[in-house]
Design a binder for this molecule. Structure first.
Ligand code: HEC
Ligand code: HEC
Ligand code: HEC
Ligand code: HEC
Ligand code: HEC
Length: 379
């Protein structure tokens, strides 16, 4: 009797720990009802200004503390840090390379190292691009212009996370997601069940936000061949949720299309290929395109076919069956995150490696990610 009950409890517990990474612990760890106790403020930074949703911090107060830990523990919850100076960066990267809180691996730092999220203290509108998003549609400059002179925020209208609705405040854009966060396989139905709260993005989340080895990493979802043109029928604006309509979302739920909601011509087949001929010779590097199962590509990562965290691939089969350490040419695809970090990284252009070390005839897959796929070009 006792034994059976014990096993049931264990089973239920393990079900929960695998299925959810949602916030837990006493309400008072994160919330304050009046921002006052013993007549003193209760915000994390002792600000007398209360935060939205009665929180003790805003997005940055919790996620961009600028300290020496990649993950900060508050009660029983762990808060992933996107602006911090520890030696380790989480999978999304680290905005510290923009301000110089952390030096890039090439010794530099600055606006070209990442997305200028202007709500982070010390980060302004991008000094090089004036925050116009490169890769906008030719002619009208949409969607690049949306951010011009304004910059990016974490969430909401000018952000990436949550519902990207007009004049929607960041906290309103992710309302309820932290308390319902789904872990592991995420299908994009709502914000809580989208990949890292990026609405409609599908994937498989690693539980500790770390891409640390070939067998421990996030899994991105991709396509074998990219969508022809996100501009046709305003494909990006097909999102509708909680009364918000025509909001930008990736139509097929891939990470590449998500990036393309702001950088469309770097993704769409019409602008990357001699469309309708979606094949080599290319005009721009393809993304959401399957690595061919022949030639140099069949030898991905020195012929080991082992997943590389330097130049990762996206999976094109849904549902993704879990975290896998092997790569299958013909099935797995190149995506934006094969070469870039999402937030910011240790090299210019947010690249995952030092592009200046990529020399034809003299480069290894360890220091130049291009060689992970273009296996013959380093010899
Ligand atoms: C580890 C931090 C944390 C703890 C602990 C926590 N919350 Fe929250 N809560 C948040 C964050 C962050 C938000 C705002 C963002 C969101 O909704 O995703 C939020 C939003 C909310 C909201 C508004 C969104 C909605 O779902 O309607 C309510 C209500 C709420 N919390 C109640 C509670 C209560 C009650 C407790 C204790 C039983 C609690 N919270 C414990 C972090 C926390
Ligand atoms: C009170 C502290 C607090 C605030 C404020 C807060 N977060 Fe979080 N956030 C957490 C904690 C704790 C987690 C880890 C638990 C989880 O995944 O829900 C988390 C997780 C996340 C994740 C990862 C979700 C995943 O799938 O693993 C994202 C993305 C995120 N927060 C974005 C935001 C954004 C955007 C805001 C502001 C609009 C915000 N957070 C405000 C505490 C906070
Ligand atoms: C909400 C719009 C938006 C989304 C989504 C978006 N970007 Fe950007 N991106 C911008 C803007 C605006 C700029 C130019 C200003 C800046 O660099 O901050 C930019 C700049 C860049 C740069 C140049 C960085 C620099 O500073 O020189 C790269 C690389 C990039 N994005 C890659 C990506 C990738 C990869 C994704 C998907 C993971 C993505 N972007 C998603 C808006 C976006
Ligand atoms: C994750 C794998 C991957 C990585 C990393 C990668 N590529 Fe590619 N690359 C591809 C694939 C797949 C194609 C399309 C192949 C085809 O159509 O047969 C391609 C195409 C190209 C082409 C055009 C070839 C043509 O036939 O038109 C060039 C040039 C190229 N890549 C250079 C680079 C460089 C330089 C880097 C590093 C900055 C890089 N690639 C990184 C997978 C990758
Ligand atoms: C094969 C590697 C590779 C892939 C895949 C890739 N990029 Fe890039 N990206 C680069 C390199 C290298 C640069 C530097 C500029 C150049 O070589 O054209 C760059 C530059 C950029 C820039 C800055 C452009 C500027 O004007 O400053 C943006 C934005 C960008 N990439 C977005 C994306 C997006 C979005 C995707 C996916 C749709 C993507 N990239 C896929 C390698 C890649």
């Amino acid at each position: 009797m006792f034994r059976a009950g014990f096993i049931t409890v264990l089973f239920v517990l393990s079900l929960f720990s695998q299925a959810f990474s949602r916030v837990s612990g006493p309400c008072s760890n994160c919330h304050t009802m009046h921002n006052s106790q013993n007549n003193s403020p209760m915000t994390f930074n002792n600000s007398t200004q209360p935060n939205q949703m009665l929180l003790r911090g805003d997005c940055l107060g919790c996620h961009a503390q600028g300290g020496t830990e990649a993950i900060v523990t508050i009660g029983s919850s762990q808060i992933p840090q996107v602006y911090q100076k520890s030696s380790e960066d989480l999978a999304g990267g680290n905005f510290a390379y923009i301000t110089g809180l952390k030096q890039g691996k090439d010794g530099g730092s600055g606006d070209q190292y990442g997305h200028n999220v202007v709500s982070i203290p010390g980060i302004e509108v991008d000094s090089i691009t004036n925050s116009f998003a490169p890769g906008a549609f030719p002619g009208n400059g949409h969607p690049g212009k949306v951010f011009q002179g304004v910059g990016l925020t974490c969430a909401g209208q000018h952000g990436c996370h949550g519902i990207r609705g007009n004049s929607l405040a960041p906290m309103a854009a992710i309302k309820g997601a932290h308390h319902r966060d789904v872990d592991g396989l995420v299908n994009g139905t709502d914000v809580a069940s989208s990949y890292r709260f990026l609405l409609r993005v599908k994937g498989y989340e690693v539980s500790d936000w770390k891409n640390s080895s070939s067998s421990h990493h996030n899994e991105y979802y991709g396509l074998k061949t990219p969508y022809d043109d996100l501009n046709i029928n305003c494909k990006c604006h097909s999102g509708s949720i909680d009364g918000y309509t025509v909001i930008p979302v990736p139509p097929d739920g891939t990470m590449g299309e998500f990036c393309a909601t702001c950088h469309p011509t770097f993704h769409n087949a019409r602008y990357t290929s001699r469309w309708p001929d979606v094949s080599s010779p290319w005009l721009r590097h393809p993304s959401d395109y399957a690595i061919p199962n022949d030639g140099e590509y069949a030898d991905y990562n020195n012929g080991t076919l082992t997943y590389s965290t330097t130049a990762p691939v996206a999976r094109t089969t849904w549902p993704i069956s879990g975290i896998s350490s092997s790569v299958t040419p013909g099935e797995d695809a190149v995506t934006c995150l094969s070469c870039h970090y999402a937030h910011a990284g240790p090299y210019p252009d947010m690249l995952r490696w030092d592009y200046s070390k990529c020399e034809s005839g003299n480069a290894s897959p360890d220091e130049c990610g291009c060689i992970v796929c273009h296996t013959t070009k380093g010899d």
